[in-house]
Design a protein around this ligand. Structure first.
Ligand SMILES: Cc1cc2nc3c(=O)[nH]c(=O)nc-3n(C[C@H](O)[C@H](O)[C@H](O)COP(=O)(O)OP(=O)(O)OC[C@H]3O[C@@H](n4cnc5c(N)ncnc54)[C@H](O)[C@@H]3O)c2cc1C
Ligand SMILES: NC(=O)c1ccc[n+]([C@@H]2O[C@H](COP(=O)([O-])OP(=O)(O)OC[C@H]3O[C@@H](n4cnc5c(N)ncnc54)[C@H](O)[C@@H]3O)[C@@H](O)[C@H]2O)c1
Length: 464
């Protein structure tokens, strides 16, 4: 029996990266056990990226339809139907939150799958000991941890009495409320606020930082706030919630803000960041501070000897593409294949609001802290041919941040109708350290939005 509870590698948590690691190591011939207490694939396919982008696709169509009268004629009354989105999420995206396809994909690659709670118990000479729902297992070669995050519920008095939503409640909703207070104006808060508003919900966003998307270029938050005003969203920035309480039937809520304002709505959506639970997965038994906000790893995603961690918990960008990027690093390290270790100077990210906000590398502020000689230039899309042609929905900008001593970009933001796609060029430029002069000297197709990159680069020589 004990052999059944021994494997070469145990992967605890099968988010996008963990699933990839387990499958690839099994395909390479290792005896791999993948453990997940919920659904194989993690947050992204069932409650994150994919369902939220399905919502955004639908909400974007509504917004475009409403722009038709300004540019193309009459299409009549646009009547949003949330049930179409809810059905598509249930039937096409999540199989009604059933992961059988993903389990079969994983076991088809040769891995074993155990549904349960995994936790590291410590290390012995035989390997790393893992408890799976209380049963002891041994991983002779090592353990990979990809357990992700859970919503961080802010210390707002009374919030525990409120029947609030996190992303899970919103994604699984068959009906939207008439009104919604969104706590947090980061990526989740902004994307879901705009979806709700475009489906007719009266939305108020409360963000305690001075602006929306506070970690990005300040122009991005201002641009999104302007778009939100057009969507009828009430944006309150620089103010946090201090108290919340139920306010009638269902999930109705009353929220008090620290400026004394009281808001009421049919539902509260908490989107105020995410938390890592080191203790729950036993990383404290291998030396990690149980109160750590992220799990420190080296450039090969090693926590310590024979323990690797990847994805949101390592804190180098809570994105599916970073989880997959780190998965590749871990697979190569476990198999001793070498290659490039992880680097984080060109992390791309896109907030899929309309306008989309794409960014890579450093913001201007972060670059000025790191480099002595920084130049920054911004082009407004309205001043480019394609942005001007686009008309309604075409607002945006491209900002480039240069380390002038080396003549390379160290950061960039592209916000606009295709901000996430334009980002591809900028991400390559930052990652490969392409000389700014060679990007200025090349031709750019006309009239494209990405041609605005050249205009921004040309301004760098006269920028400071
Ligand atoms: C609404 C929303 C929208 C998003 N949109 C995007 C987007 O557009 N693009 C993007 O790149 N990212 C997006 N993200 C972020 C993205 O979902 C995560 O970065 C991604 O899922 C990677 O996370 P992860 O690899 O750390 O693991 P996760 O996806 O968090 O999965 C962790 C897994 O570990 C399991 N687990 C946890 N603890 C244990 C345990 N002790 N034992 C066993 N199993 C355990 C969980 O059940 C889960 O299945 C979004 C997130 C949200 C919430
Ligand atoms: N398009 C994407 O790639 C995408 C989409 C959604 C989520 N994500 C990932 O998921 C992660 C979590 O998203 P998130 O939006 O929850 O976190 P976040 O950290 O991006 O934003 C949370 C916001 O809530 C605010 N906040 C915290 N406490 C508050 C309070 N008491 N009152 C008012 N505001 C408060 C913070 O100031 C912050 O701006 C992100 O870091 C992102 O990496 C990515």
């Amino acid at each position: 029996m004990s052999n059944e509870r021994t494997a070469d590698v145990i992967v605890i948590g099968l988010g996008p990266g963990g699933e990839d690691v387990a499958g690839r190591l099994a395909e390479a011939g290792l005896d791999v056990v993948g453990v997940d207490e919920r659904l194989v694939g993690g947050e992204c396919p069932y409650w994150g990226c994919i369902p939220s982008k399905m919502m955004i696709r639908a909400a974007g169509l509504l917004a475009e339809a409403r722009r038709v009268p300004k540019l193309a004629g009459e299409i009549g009354y646009v009547d949003p139907r949330w049930e179409l989105v809810a059905d598509r999420i249930r039937d096409e995206a999540t199989d009604d939150w059933d992961d059988q396809v993903a389990v079969d994909r994983l076991t088809g690659k040769g891995a074993r799958f155990v549904r349960g709670h995994g936790s590291i118990e410590g290390r012995t000479e035989d390997g790393v000991q893992v408890s799976i729902d209380g049963e002891s297992w041994t991983a002779t070669k090592g353990v990979v941890v990809n357990t992700g995050t859970t919503p961080a519920i802010p210390p707002v008095e009374g919030i525990g009495d409120v029947d609030y939503w996190t992303n899970h409640g919103f994604v699984q909703a068959r009906e939207l409320p008439d009104s919604l207070i969104v706590l947090g104006g980061g990526a989740i808060g902004c994307e879901l606020s705009q979806v709700a508003a475009r489906f007719g919900v009266q939305v108020t966003v409360v963000e305690k930082a001075p602006r929306l998307l506070a970690l990005e270029d300040p122009r991005a938050g201002e641009l999104v706030a302007t778009a939100f005003a057009e969507d009828g969203i009430d944006v309150r920035v620089g103010v946090g919630a201090t108290h919340a309480e139920p306010h009638g039937a269902g999930g109705a809520v009353k929220v008090r803000l620290d400026d004394g304002t009281e808001l009421t709505a049919d539902r509260l959506l908490v989107a105020s960041g995410r938390a890592v639970n080191v203790h729950a997965v036993g990383l404290d038994t291998v030396g990690i501070d149980p109160d750590a906000r992220t799990v420190p790893v080296d450039e090969w995603c090693r926590v310590t000897d024979r323990v690797w961690a990847l994805g949101d918990i390592v804190g180098h960008g809570a994105f599916t593409h970073m989880s997959m990027y780190e998965a590749d690093v871990v697979v190569r390290d476990v198999l001793g294949q070498g290659g490039a270790p992880a680097r984080y100077d060109a992390v791309p990210r896109v907030t899929f609001t309309d306008p989309e906000v794409g960014a890579v590398g450093l913001t201007e502020r972060a670059a000025r802290e790191q480099f002595a000689n920084v130049r920054v230039a911004t082009v407004d899309l309205g001043d480019t041919t394609r942005g001007w042609i686009h008309g309604p929905g075409g607002a945006g900008f491209i900002t480039v941040v240069e380390d002038a001593d080396r003549g390379v970009l160290v950061g960039a933001t592209s916000a606009g109708p295709t901000g996430g796609e334009v980002l591809g060029f900028l991400a390559l430029a930052v990652s490969a350290q392409v000389p700014v002069q060679s990007m200025i000297d090349m031709p750019y197709a006309y009239p494209t939005i990405h041609r605005g990159i050249q205009a921004a680069l040309q301004q760098l020589s006269s920028a400071s």
